[in-house]
Design a protein around this ligand. Structure first.
Ligand code: ZN
Ligand code: ZN
Length: 247
């Protein structure tokens, strides 16, 4: 009786310890991950059963490169992602972006940092640059989700975030229903490097919430390389699945 009462009290005082940081359920989270067993299982599932393209990080059924990267190599060195854009990751990103739940950046950023450490060469990274939002969108949302994620990742991998270095000068329309070619067309010249000195000769980790066709990551990478960045890696919380040439 007393034990139950005490537990309830401790849950009130220490909510972070007794609920999953990703889904918010009361299932007891793992000590180090902060995730409940169900979220952890879902995230592990993809890495246990599939491969990530050696280049872009999309999930594929066999080891090596995805169809897209074997046809045309992207300009960045390598991309890392926690998992496909579905399930708990999709919900977490939705909460962060559209419900304004800034706390969601914490578990997502931590999971991403783990993936970055296992997949990328962190020694090569000098600065973290979040994919920027156009001023109009930033004003409407009140924050840039990539910036919040970058802060969490920065804390975990101990690299600085370079703010306001890469900017978006053209307010491109929502990309969701566009083909890859249309996306690329829209994004051409949409980004620019504001302070070239901060990028020159640097290893850059470009950070965003979702990797869809890779058009945004590629366009930002081209700008960064043009400004003199030595190498560019990409990290996103979620990525795509590429199981056949038609997908
Ligand atoms: Zn959970
Ligand atoms: Zn690929």
């Amino acid at each position: 009786m007393l034990g139950g009462w005490l537990r309830e009290l401790s849950e009130l005082v220490l909510p972070a310890v007794t609920s999953c940081q990703l889904c918010g359920s009361r299932r007891r989270p793992g000590k180090n991950s902060g995730l409940c067993c169900i979220c952890q299982k879902e995230i592990d599932y993809w890495d246990e059963n599939y491969f990530q393209c050696n280049k872009c990080g999309r999930y594929i059924p066999t080891q090596g490169l995805c169809v897209k990267c074997s046809e045309e190599e992207p300009p960045f060195l390598k991309a890392a992602a926690v998992g496909p854009y579905r399930g708990v990751l999709k919900e977490g990103i939705y909460s962060l972006k559209f419900r304004g739940d800034r706390n969601a950046a914490k578990p997502l950023g931590r999971l991403l940092a783990l993936k970055i450490r296992s997949r990328l060469k962190t020694d090569d990274i000098d600065i973290i640059i979040p994919v920027p939002l156009h001023g109009n969108k930033l004003q409407a949302r009140g924050f840039n989700q990539a910036e919040l994620l970058a802060r969490e990742v920065a804390r975990e991998i101990r690299k600085p975030v370079a703010h306001n270095v890469l900017l978006k000068k053209i307010d491109t329309p929502a990309q969701t229903h566009l083909s890859q070619r249309e996306r690329e067309e829209n994004l051409r010249q949409a980004f620019f490097v504001n302070t070239v000195d901060r990028v020159k000769g640097k290893g850059v980790l470009l950070l965003d919430d979702i990797f869809t066709t890779g058009s945004t990551a590629s366009e930002c990478t081209r700008e960064l390389l043009e400004a003199g960045a030595e190498k560019v890696y990409v990290a996103t919380v979620a990525t795509g699945i590429h199981f056949s040439p038609t997908e």
